[in-house]
Ligand binder design. Structure first.
Ligand SMILES: Nc1ncnc2c1ncn2[C@@H]1O[C@H](COP(=O)(O)OP(=O)(O)OP(=O)(O)O)[C@@H](O)[C@H]1O
Ligand SMILES: [Mg+2]
Length: 224
């Protein structure tokens, strides 16, 4: 469970988020939808522990992970993250990137999982390439595979399907949805595309100018 309570975030004088509350209580994806600059990435980065809130708090599974002046570091949150820019490790191949977070997994399992993910995200033949040898869309798909590989409890994805053609986009979205269903992970998914939002979930939260303006009725309601 993820609880965001009355969170406000400034960058200097820019108020990026204002009194935002939401909770993710069941493993059905929650989509954050909103125009450019509305605070979507800021909200995700706060949940990931990459930003410190100026007011409010964030709890994961009931435990406090963020408050003004203190955050539990991202690597201690059991979260997988797809950043808005793919941010692959430049010195590692595609295979190295995908298996990076899979510590303690047997070689057999690791190879099996890698094959599965290369297949799911249409990356066959690219395993030995380095990130600077990939197209924008391929790098995206590697970033998604890398995020899913260790089967984290929580998944945060920031416009992960940018740069994909329609067919690949819907296929990748389907693979993400299946992975979430199979593992029971909690997914918070950012997009500015209403069609993508609708396809993934009925639990859509709208952000505008740093505020939640509407949550789909009866689906995901902001905390009081
Ligand atoms: N590091 C930063 N320093 C200063 N201002 C920032 C910083 N990051 C974001 N902002 C500002 O905070 C606001 C929210 O930005 P954010 O990146 O969260 O928006 P977004 O909804 O993700 O937009 P997009 O759809 O373009 O990715 C914007 O006004 C942005 O200019
Ligand atoms: Mg963004």
């Amino acid at each position: 469970m993820i609880q965001v309570r009355h969170v406000t975030k400034f960058y200097g004088k820019v108020k990026a988020l204002q009194d935002v509350s939401l909770q993710v209580t069941t493993p059905e994806p929650v989509v954050i939808l909103g125009p450019s600059g509305s605070g979507k990435s800021t909200l995700l980065r706060l949940i990931a522990g990459l930003e410190v809130p100026d007011a409010g708090e964030i709890r994961i599974n009931g435990g406090l992970v963020s408050r003004p002046g203190w955050v539990l570091p991202p690597h201690l949150r059991n979260m997988g993250f797809v950043f808005q820019a793919p941010a692959l490790w430049p010195h590692m191949t595609v295979e190295g990137n995908i298996t990076f977070g899979m510590d303690g997994v047997s070689q057999d399992r690791l190879r099996g999982r890698l094959r599965e993910l290369l297949d799911d995200f249409d990356l066959h033949g690219l395993g030995k390439r380095y990130p600077d040898e990939l197209s924008g869309g391929e790098a995206r798909r590697v970033a998604i595979a890398r995020c899913l590989a260790p089967e984290p409890r929580y998944l945060l994805m920031d416009e992960p399907l940018t740069n994909l053609d329609r067919e690949r986009k819907w296929r990748a979205l389907e693979r993400i949805a299946v992975a979430v269903r199979e593992t029971g992970a909690f997914l918070v998914y950012v997009t500015h595309d209403p069609e993508e939002a609708r396809k993934l979930s009925r639990r859509v939260i709208f952000l505008d100018s740093g505020r939640i303006v509407e949550a789909a009725p009866g689906k995901e309601s902001p905390l009081p």
